[in-house]
Design a protein around this ligand. Structure first.
Ligand SMILES: N=C(N)NCCC[C@H](NC(=O)CCC(=O)O)C(=O)O
Length: 445
């Protein structure tokens, strides 16, 4: 039986904009009120996804959310026709309107945590949508995320879908952005690393002082229980609170793993040595590569600016590994020098491929944020909704669809434009037909 690690990238939605909604995310705050290009953003993402498919990887796409989210605005007390609601929200509570218009579902590393069938007791692939409770604009994602995941992985013989965790700060869950899996082969049982920012129920435990820790230990443990993981295959690691305070709002901004490689910054974790030993013990005999990047080579600020660790480490069909990096890494001298050196070292990583995903980067989302990893065997891949898988035909179809429906430029002031709502719904309705998703959106029910 063959095994793969598929990447499911988030298709950027038609309302992609810079509203500065994410406190603790340096890029999002710095680019607040800049002009965005939803069309360029969607095309940059599609190009990266297609390139990975062309490299021989299994690549899928996840549909975006319905934005502006009129359903949430109604829950917040706005009433009347759709136009009246947009108009009232823009006048009376512009911050709420902005929260209901973010295209943040593009970062599917935050869509869910996924455990492959090799790790779970019932032998199914488990999905738990992230509740994203730390940010208002993201907390309105999980129900539709669940609908989209169920329409994409739509065979209950292979896929088990859970409800998102209780919507409370004690269970702050940001999905796969704080989860990495190490394994010798994708089809073998692996070690799942859950990285958390704070222990919600232990006020004396370390936590950041300036910016929020979005993931709690309690949430990580709950996901591991739901996914029927063994203690021997699970490691909980606390993220260093000092780096959260320097803008590392998710662990995938400071560490990434693939198969037997863990690529991380010296300052990423607390109790690093003890945790590496635990990983080694649980991983077993096979060779592990811990690639630790020292501060002397790459400072935290450079890692945050360039997203060196928000790269995708992928295994090519040849067995060698490659890094999928944002072009921002080429533009940062320390980081570029480091990457040029890395491919000459004795590790499985032999090449770096650069992609322009600047539209996403300006909101704090790099290549790894844009994808959800799902390790599957060939039967499971065959059970996926095939209309979501990237190939020449889907790439052409989606580019035409973007050309037809997306704006070239969008400003935060445009979010109240009733025409944008109509354009967005028309686009998404057509998309659900292209991807055979059924009615996943509120406006379709
Ligand atoms: N690291 C990972 N996996 N994902 C990146 C998520 C970026 C996202 N930005 C935003 O939500 C900004 C949206 C705005 O301002 O409209 C966030 O902070 O949650």
């Amino acid at each position: 039986m063959k095994h793969f690690e598929a990447n499911f990238d988030g298709l950027v939605g038609p309302t992609h904009n810079y509203a500065g909604l994410s406190f603790g995310n340096v890029a999002s705050l710095n680019n607040a009120a800049a002009t965005s290009s939803p069309k360029d953003a969607a095309k940059q993402g599609l190009k990266k996804a297609k390139a990975l498919a062309d490299l021989g990887l299994v690549q899928g796409m996840l549909a975006p959310q319905e934005r502006p989210d009129l359903h949430s605005l109604r829950r917040m007390g706005f009433s009347g026709t759709d136009s009246e609601i947009l108009n009232k929200a823009a006048k009376e509570a512009p911050a709420l309107l902005r929260a209901c218009c973010s295209a943040s579902s593009m970062w599917t590393a935050n869509a869910a945590t996924v455990s492959p069938s090799a790790d779970t007791h019932d032998g199914k692939v488990h999905f738990t949508p992230a509740n994203l409770v730390d940010k208002l604009h993201r907390s309105i994602e999980p129900i539709t995320t669940g609908n989209i995941l169920q329409a994409t992985f739509n065979d209950s013989r292979y896929f088990k879908h859970h409800q998102h965790l209780p919507e409370h700060a004690s269970f702050g869950d940001e999905g796969a952005a704080n989860h990495t899996r190490l394994c010798s082969e994708y089809g073998h049982a692996g070690v799942e690393l859950f990285v958390y920012g704070q222990e919600a129920t232990n006020p004396t435990a370390p936590r950041p002082q300036k910016f929020p820790a979005r993931q709690t230990l309690e949430a990580s443990q709950a996901v591991a229980r739901l996914h029927q993981l063994d203690d021997e295959g699970t490691v909980y690691i606390q993220q260093n609170p000092d780096v959260i305070d320097q803008g590392v709002f998710h662990n995938d901004v400071i560490a990434v793993g693939n198969q037997n490689v863990l690529f991380y910054h010296e300052q990423a974790f607390l109790n690093t040595q003890a945790k590496l030993t635990e990983i080694k013990n649980k991983f077993g005999d096979s060779a592990l590569h811990f690639i630790e990047v020292p501060t002397a080579k790459v400072a935290i600020q450079d890692a945050v600016k360039s997203y060196l660790f928000n790269t995708q480490v992928i295994t090519l069909p040849s067995g060698e590994m490659a890094i999928i990096a944002p072009t921002n890494c080429q533009e940062n001298p320390a980081v570029f020098a480091y990457l040029n050196e890395l491919v000459t070292l004795d590790t499985p990583i032999k090449q770096v491929l650069y992609f322009d995903v600047k539209q996403s980067m300006q909101n704090g989302g790099g290549p790894a944020c844009l994808r959800l990893r799902v390790a599957m065997n060939q039967d499971e891949v065959a059970a996926v909704n095939q209309h979501t898988l990237m190939n020449d035909a889907l790439f052409d179809r989606l580019n035409l669809w973007v050309d037809k429906h997306y704006r070239d430029r969008l400003l935060v002031e445009d979010l109240a434009d009733p025409q944008l709502l109509i354009e967005s719904r028309t686009a998404l309705d057509e998309l659900t037909q292209i991807m055979h998703l059924g009615s996943v959106y509120q406006f379709q029910k």
